[in-house]
Ligand binder design. Structure first.
Ligand code: HSE
Length: 431
């Protein structure tokens, strides 16, 4: 068969250029895998005159999206422009024109994923989005294919490179959050407006996508309880270190029988947990399956070529499906109705740091409160506070329901001996 598959590209920024590069550089391998040529024919750009250091012979540049979306010669559209509403309109138009779509857009898939997959299915088209979660790590395909025979009960992901870079620097250099954020911005690792990254929203979009695929249940962004890292202090990390823990911003999706919890928060892991060794801007996804046990997927979560490999691997999948005549099956109807755990059903261990009066009766007041909610303490550390007459007390609990823990936090505020609740974090990975 001498067919050539023609591709239209929406966007020629960092990832788009990487896609062109990989398709060109790996053409022999691609051809061997799919049995035909794959060529980028048309690209939507802002500025066709701009000089670019990628091979663009035979590629038509246009500033009009309709030139790409309505071109009958194009079989597949790759969306790498980012943003939500325009990207959504383009993808819908492409699918209605019976073009298969590959996207790297997690913001879009976290919000409109189900709707777009439905549109793809109605038009007998593929819609793949491997690059939307953890860039170069093939985690979506691992969940849907590699682990398809297992029943996944827990996923924990370091899904945001910016925050992992910041927490790594704070931990290793004993630096303050603001200081490291500024340095990360000046080096180009963090965005000028870092809100979506540091407040956990980017990670929440990704864990919603993982939860939906891993649990076959439609998890939406609004189902994710989100807490970022902007109030993490150097002291929190120092005390965590003394107790043998490393802090990570972690997306958690866990399932007990048929109920799930999905959240993003800074959490403490034992120093010897594999997630504790994931540093700098790297991502990792830990997956626990009933049959397979523990697995972990590690790699670059962003960047030109890592992200482009995921996009082009999706492209290969679409072309294989075209050759086999089996497109239109990327929307798998969720097996289960969404069933979220209540705060009574969410169970975790916690780290708690308070400033309290350094006098007799303080511990008795604290332990009475914990006993009232049947919470047992695992580790306790006390050091003199900077203010005379006060102590910094750091405790970790055994497993407790989120509801009971919140009750303890509320009532701690009312204890005369407690001056301030400094911080509180989940402890994960040492069950
Ligand atoms: N802002 C993201 C991060 C980029 O820091 O990981 C990849 O989604």
């Amino acid at each position: 068969m001498t067919q050539t598959i023609s591709v239209g590209l929406l966007g020629l920024g960092t990832v788009g250029s990487g896609v062109v590069h990989i398709i060109e550089e790996h053409q022999d391998k691609l051809k061997h895998q799919v049995g035909c040529d794959v060529k980028v024919k048309k690209v939507l750009v802002n500025n066709p005159e701009k000089k670019r250091d990628i091979p663009l012979d035979g590629v038509t540049m246009t500033t009009d999206a309709n030139d790409v979306l309505n071109d009958p010669e194009l079989d597949i559209i790759i969306e790498v422009i980012g943003g939500v509403e325009t990207a959504r309109d383009y993808i819908v138009q492409a699918l209605k024109n019976k073009k298969h779509v590959v996207t790297a857009n997690k913001d879009l898939m976290a919000v409109y994923g189900s709707e777009l997959l439905e549109t793809a299915s109605q038009n007998r088209c593929d819609l793949f989005y491997e690059a939307s979660v953890a860039g170069g790590i093939p985690i979506l395909r691992s969940l849907v294919e590699g682990l398809s025979s297992d029943r996944i009960t827990k996923m924990m992901g370091i899904l945001n490179g910016t925050t992992n870079y910041i927490l790594t620097k704070m931990t290793q250099e004993g630096a303050d959050y603001e200081e490291v954020l500024k340095e990360a911005q000046s080096l180009g690792y963090a965005e000028a407006d870092p809100t979506a990254d540091v407040e956990g929203i980017d990670a929440a979009r990704k864990i919603a996508i993982l939860g939906t695929l891993g649990f076959s249940m439609h998890i939406e962004l609004e189902d994710v309880a989100i807490e970022g890292i902007s109030s993490v202090s150097r002291e929190d990390l120092e005390y965590s270190k003394q107790l043998g823990y490393t802090m990570k911003l972690i997306g958690i999706a866990s399932r007990t029988v048929n109920k799930v919890e999905v959240s993003v928060q800074p959490a403490l892991f034992p120093d010897n947990h594999p997630l504790s060794a994931v540093n700098e801007e790297f991502n990792a996804v830990y997956v626990y399956g009933e049959a397979v046990g523990e697995t972990m997927f590690y790699g670059p979560g962003a960047g030109k070529l890592p992200t482009a490999t995921a996009v082009v691997s999706d492209l290969v999948e679409v072309v294989k499906n075209i050759r086999l005549g089996v497109n239109g099956n990327s929307a798998v109807i969720p097996q289960y109705k969404k069933n979220l755990k209540t705060d009574d059903e969410i169970e975790a261990k916690y780290f708690l740091r308070i400033k309290a009066e350094d006098q007799s009766g303080t511990f008795s007041a604290l332990t009475s409160l914990f006993a009232k909610y049947e919470v047992s303490l695992e580790k306790i550390l006390q050091e003199p506070s900077e203010e005379k007459g006060f102590a910094d007390i750091v405790m970790t609990t055994h497993t407790v329901s989120k509801r009971n823990y919140q009750m303890i936090l509320e009532q701690l505020q009312g204890l005369d001996v407690v001056s301030e609740i400094k911080s509180s974090y989940r402890v994960e990975g040492d069950e």
